[in-house]
Design a protein around this ligand. Structure first.
Ligand code: LLP
Length: 406
């Protein structure tokens, strides 16, 4: 991987010196650029950044300042979004399998609730008769970079099937819920505009059956290139095609309708890297392992989806390339950050920079093996600031003194 322009070897070394490793670093300029590109490509749409991709408050703040709203999946995501200053109207909650407590907590916050099971709708109706609600549908057209992230079809737990919609309307009527939104999200990591449109058409065909709609949410899932052979999507072309289809449907509908989109990865993925330090170089009979102080507990995507993340090592070592396996300290053979990379072997103490780590990186990090989650740093031009401190022993090990039974 080419070093990112905003985090070259000298800057990375300075931050590593200052904060220790590992850490995530984000470029606020790139965050702004991606947010603005979305707003420009979809000038009439309401863009709701899917904060599950990265909920660091500084990231949320940058996105908010760029004029985007947020898509949330849990009560605490809603609370944090409010704390960061998003207005109620800029927040949508699309929870899956919500508990009664979840529904009550989100309802208390007064944000739009998007539901995708008859049971949730019934329970929400009892809790909040007369409220506005949105329905998530599952129209069988899906896609994504891995089976785990495809969210359509009858084997998926997401969305209401078309045959359930009459009953959904009946439940809504019984509780005087007003169905003001229709939503779908077909999966994550989609590169084909045609697939997105193929899913959009049947969604738009449903409008006639819902007389009170205020918005249609076509979800997120916009792909971002990770591998050297992948190309970025043509966002402007996506904007034109999706807006055109939507506008035609809205005209047929005859009442004002807002197009909504909820990309997560597109906003933050390329704006983030994970920086680790090489602790241990180890050769086995078949492999050369570059052991680092980060691993699957900080970036689980390679282990979970066999995702490719570009990798660079600093400083550049002038030696012949070998096939390297980048790993961490976790007690699993699947603890890999990158596999089979033809690169010069770094030395112990060198830095490893893992690219495309802004989305679903820190957000999916864990304490597995009682390891701390890394620090997070926001880089803005020549400035940088710590936006989350590295955890310590007490953050990871919350002990409660239990009285011993007599
Ligand atoms: N809206 C809904 C309802 C979603 O479930 C998701 C993602 C998004 C929007 C945002 O999708 P995006 O634009 O980021 O593709 N951990 C996986 C991705 C899981 C996505 C889950 N839902 C990964 O690391 O690839």
């Amino acid at each position: 991987m080419k070093a990112p322009s905003w985090l070259g070897p000298r800057r990375a070394a300075a931050l590593a010196e200052r904060f220790g490793t590992p850490f995530y670093a984000y470029s606020s300029r790139l965050l702004r650029a991606r947010s603005r590109a979305l707003a420009k490509a979809f000038p009439s749409a309401a863009i709701r950044y899917a904060m599950k991709a990265n909920a660091n408050p500084a990231v949320l703040e940058a996105v908010r300042r760029a004029g985007l709203g947020v898509d949330t999946v849990s009560p605490w995501e809603v609370l944090l979004a409010r704390e960061v200053g998003f207005r109620k109207k800029q927040i949508i909650y699309s929870g899956n399998m919500p508990s009664d407590d979840d529904l009550a907590a989100v309802h208390r916050e007064g944000v739009m609730i998007n539901l995708d099971a008859l049971s949730s709708l019934r329970r929400y109706g009892r809790l909040a008769p007369g409220a506005k609600v949105s329905l998530r549908v599952n129209l069988d057209v899906g896609g994504g970079h891995h089976p785990h992230v495809i969210t359509a079809g009858s084997e998926s737990k997401f969305g209401l099937a078309p045959e359930e919609l009459p009953e959904a309307r009946a439940i809504a009527a019984e509780h005087k819920l007003r169905i003001v939104g229709l939503h779908q999200h077909i999966g994550s990591g989609i590169f084909e505009l045609d697939l997105f449109l193929e899913a959009l058409d049947p969604l738009l065909a449903l409008l006639v059956d819902f007389p009170d709609l205020e918005f249609v949410d076509a979800g997120g899932g916009f792909g971002v290139p990770y591998r050297p052979d992948e190309r970025p999507i043509d966002l402007e072309a996506w904007g034109r095609a999706i807006t055109e289809r939507f506008d035609a449907a809205a005209r047929r509908y005859g009442r004002p309708l807002q197009l909504m989109l909820e990309p997560g990865r597109y906003v933050v993925c390329e704006a983030g890297v994970l920086v680790a330090r090489v602790t241990t170089v180890k050769r086995t009979r078949d492999r050369v392992f570059v052991g680092t102080d980060s691993g699957m507990h900080h970036l689980i995507r390679p282990a979970l989806y066999q995702s490719y993340h570009p990798v660079a090592t600093y400083p550049l070592r002038e030696r012949a390339a070998e096939r390297l396996f980048f790993t961490g300290p976790i007690c699993e053979s699947g603890d890999l950050l990158a596999e089979e990379r033809a690169m010069p072997l770094p030395e112990e103490g060198d830095l490893v920079v893992v690219g495309n780590a802004g989305a679903y990186g820190f957000a999916m990090a864990s304490h597995y093996n009682l390891r701390a989650r890394p620090a997070e740093v926001m880089v803005d031009g020549d400035d940088w600031r710590l936006v989350r401190a590295r955890e310590g022993y007490r953050d990871v090990v919350r002990r409660r003194d239990v009285k011993r039974a007599k």
